[in-house]
Ligand binder design. Sequence first.
Ligand code: ASP
Ligand code: MG
Length: 422
Amino acid sequence: MKVFKFGGASVKDAAGVRNVARVLKRFAGEEILIVVSAMGKTTNALERVVWDWRAGKDVREQVDVLRQQHLAVLQEVVPEFEEAEAWLLEYFNELEELLGGTPTGNADQDYDQVVSYGELWSTQIVSAFLSIELETCSWMDARDLVRTDALHRSARVDWEASAALVKEQFSSGDGQEAVHYPVVTQGFIGATEEGFTTTLGREGSDFSAAIFAYLLDAESVTIWKDVPGMFNADPNRFPDTKLLSHISYREAIELSYFGASVIHPRTLQPLQQKHIPLYVRSFMDLDAPGSTIDDRSDSDSLIPSYIIKPKQLLISITPRDLSFVVEENLHHIFGLFARANVRIDLMQNSALAFSVVVDDTPGSRVLIEELSRDYEVRYNEDCELVTVRHYDEPTLEQLTQGREVLIEQRSRVTSRTVLKRS
Ligand code: ASP
Ligand code: MG
């Protein structure tokens, strides 16, 4: 079996939904599981719905806009659509019923119950269309396949329970209904044992694809994107980026850890464990070769990759009594970061100061205030963190030319520089 993942941008409108069939026709006769995200910006819209609802606002109009958008796409791709329409509307009714009630004491749980509809709707439309276009297709509810804990908004997968569920749903015979390929299911969502919907974290559909591939021992995963693969830098920022046609899991994990946004960071571990290759390909240009990520590392160092994180805060933390920064302080400081859920992108210490670089978010600003109670805290705003893997001097020079360098760190393969914004 092959697993295909289509993200929100690839199914943002009727043309996108039709394009899914065009891709699948290239793989006629193969067993394919298609993992789909919510259409376009639906997840963002549903986030507004859930927060407004919890704030006591009337959200009926917002839901109505979403309903009209989804119905319009369905009507465009499935002209005789009564049956599919009824099915889609059922899920809108379900949501409206939920929103007609009162919020619970658990905001994150409410979030998951509401936001998950984006994926349910998009997959209903895709599967209604594919059933006609390919004459065969089945829809599966990912909540019957992916069992998670109750850590809402970043639920953790129960691999064993999920394996049993997947086995049950995908086995035919024994009075079970046969599985018709392609199978369409949702990314991003799962469910607890009690039947509460959970989500795996924003942009989690790539991870879902990897979960399914792992559980089904798939031969490969393909992420179909609006870019023709993984590049050595953000093509929107740099004129002559190069395609990384082949890199190892390790290298891809490092790149996504440092902030490359092509693949969700959690995606690679399950694939690596079962040696399942990941292909990143263009859903527009089906002949473009794309990128392959697998065990082979021989091309990792051929091209320097650079990742630029803008809007960083460089925070420097000093004990008030000018005592040395030792393990006890660090223990305390790390505890505050962990509790505030602020991720440290880079750190450096000297005798009297511990410096970190973090994303400039409201959470980081609150943390600075908290730190200031016990430490002297200074910070630099508007910094850029430039990471270069497999760096060479000309590349580094080009990236930092004429800029004020605040911190520089180098290992054998990775260079990291904190720059004042020019
Ligand atoms: N729809 C979800 C999001 O926008 C999951 C995903 O797209 O991967 O975060
Ligand atoms: Mg999305």
